[in-house]
Design a protein around this ligand. Structure first.
Ligand code: SF4
Length: 457
């Protein structure tokens, strides 16, 4: 009974978050930056922030995360961190030799008003950015938004590297949003199968799910190259997967370089994957190959075989807006009832979109943007559910309320596999259903009486 103090009675709270359903902006900026080949993320703030961000990513991805810091002490906190930043840029390019330094701010450097574009300009004037190397920056104050906002801000900065030549490259930019490295790999597999050439950015596959080779590489082989990022301005279109994570960068490329963009949902589940494949087909001017239809058919087959176990099961979900929107649609499409839905990321559009998706479901739905897991727990106490889908922090609620839990989202700190097995696309849909069915069936086997205990289900 770890959360035994969570009361059933719900009191309106405006200035207090309990058990957040989000983490801080720079973590998102750091994750996005790791998706550039040869990039060193740099935290403009104190060492403590940087250590926390690195350790959170390490705990989720089970990989060492390299990042540098401006190492603010009292002096920088009072007089500004410009000198620390300039020295850091010089040291990093001299010692570690990255292609790109991706700088993000922290609460402290934002509060004292450090101006990253101006510091970068000074670094250029003083000649401490070597020719052919780049410094990009994103403003990521953690008292606004969430890790999702930080991710989006850094992805938009990456799009700022676009240098159109005036000649189209025949490629489609795909901005995958905050998904696992395995999901990015799966998106590339699908686009290759469909037969379109793409630039995926960011791309953490091969960076945060690499093999153990016995050889340490500070900059792993994966990641979107600078040349690819520069070429995004010549692409024939951009598909941004997720309004919260990816749309800003796509709209920037559209506005600045006239690369038309479509904002889609993340391709979790049947319908969202259908829309993604259809968009690839349309933008790329290609036909959908039989292999893709086969994978789709397998997912439909599993849904119809197992429908009796999904039907009207009540689900609570917490996570990031783009992921929750697609997951909610998937659950509704298989006749499950997502009844409590919480994200810690702000954005009223989220609540409207969830209400739209669930309007014909036939159950009352509680949905909250900028909510927390404390509220989710209270909702569950008042109206119990059959399943909880959440990151690792959901295990406390699952234990206290004795509910099956599927771990999904960020962070997952106590299980393995999420970085290797995709949950996007049709194959990813199979994996999601397998996980959901697994916990529902385990629960049934545990609860069934001796007379009802079955070998074949
Ligand atoms: S001070 Fe701000 S940026 Fe640093 S760890 Fe805390 S919330 Fe994140």
């Amino acid at each position: 009974m770890l959360l035994r103090h969570t009361p059933k009675e719900i009191t309106e709270r405006k200035a207090l978050t309990i058990n957040p359903a989000k983490t801080c902006q720079p973590i998102g900026a750091m994750y996005a930056a790791l998706g550039i080949h040869g990039c060193l993320p740099h935290s403009h703030g104190s060492q403590g922030c940087c250590a926390y961000h690195r350790s959170t990513l390490t705990r989720h991805y089970k990989e060492p995360i390299s990042a540098s810091t401006s190492s603010f002490t009292e002096g920088a906190s009072v007089f500004g961190g410009s000198a620390n930043m300039l020295q850091a840029i010089n040291n990093i390019f001299t010692v570690y030799k990255p292609e790109v330094i991706a700088v993000h701010t922290t609460c402290l450097s934002e509060t004292i008003g450090d101006d990253l574009p101006q510091i970068k300009k000074k670094a250029q004037t003083e000649g401490i950015i070597p020719k052919g190397k780049y410094v990009i920056s994103a403003s990521t104050p953690s008292y606004a938004g969430s890790h999702v906002t930080g991710f989006s801000n850094m992805v938009k900065s990456m799009a700022g590297l676009a240098e159109p030549t005036g000649k189209k490259n025949g490629k489609i930019n795909i901005i995958p949003g905050w998904v696992e490295p395995a999901d990015m790999e799966e998106i590339k597999r699908l686009t290759t199968m469909v037969g379109v050439r793409t630039i995926l950015f960011p791309d953490t596959s091969g960076v945060l799910n690499g093999p153990l080779s016995g050889e340490y590489k500070m900059f792993p082989d994966g990641g979107t190259t600078v040349a690819e990022l520069q070429s995004t301005g010549d692409s024939i279109g951009t598909l941004a997967l997720g309004e919260w994570c990816s749309a800003d960068a796509a709209r920037y490329l559209d506005k600045a370089h006239k690369v038309p963009c479509s904002i889609l949902d993340m391709p979790f589940g049947l319908k969202a994957t259908d829309r993604f494949i259809d968009a690839l087909r349309t933008v790329g001017g290609v036909a959908v190959p039989d292999e893709i239809s086969l994978e789709r058919g397998q997912l439909v087959d599993m849904i119809s075989d197992m429908h009796q176990y999904f039907y009207k099961k009540r689900v609570a979900i917490a996570g990031d807006p783009d992921q929750l929107i697609a997951m909610t649609e998937f659950l509704v499409s298989i006749d499950m009832c997502p009844v409590h839905i919480v994200t810690g990321t702000p954005g009223k559009k989220f609540e409207a979109r969830i209400k739209e998706i669930t309007k014909d479901m036939g159950c009352e739905v509680n949905v909250k943007a900028k909510g927390d897991l404390f509220l989710l727990h209270q909702w569950i106490k008042n109206e119990p559910v059959d399943l909880l889908i959440c990151n690792t922090y959901g295990k406390y609620i699952a234990r206290d309320e004795d509910i099956p839990l599927v771990r999904w989202g960020f962070p997952i700190l106590d299980r393995q596999g999420h970085q290797y097995f995709p949950t996007v696309g049709y194959k990813g849909g199979l994996r999601l259903l397998e996980k959901i069915l697994g916990v529902i069936m385990d629960r049934k086997d545990r609860d069934d009486s001796e007379q009802k205990f079955e070998l074949v289900l």
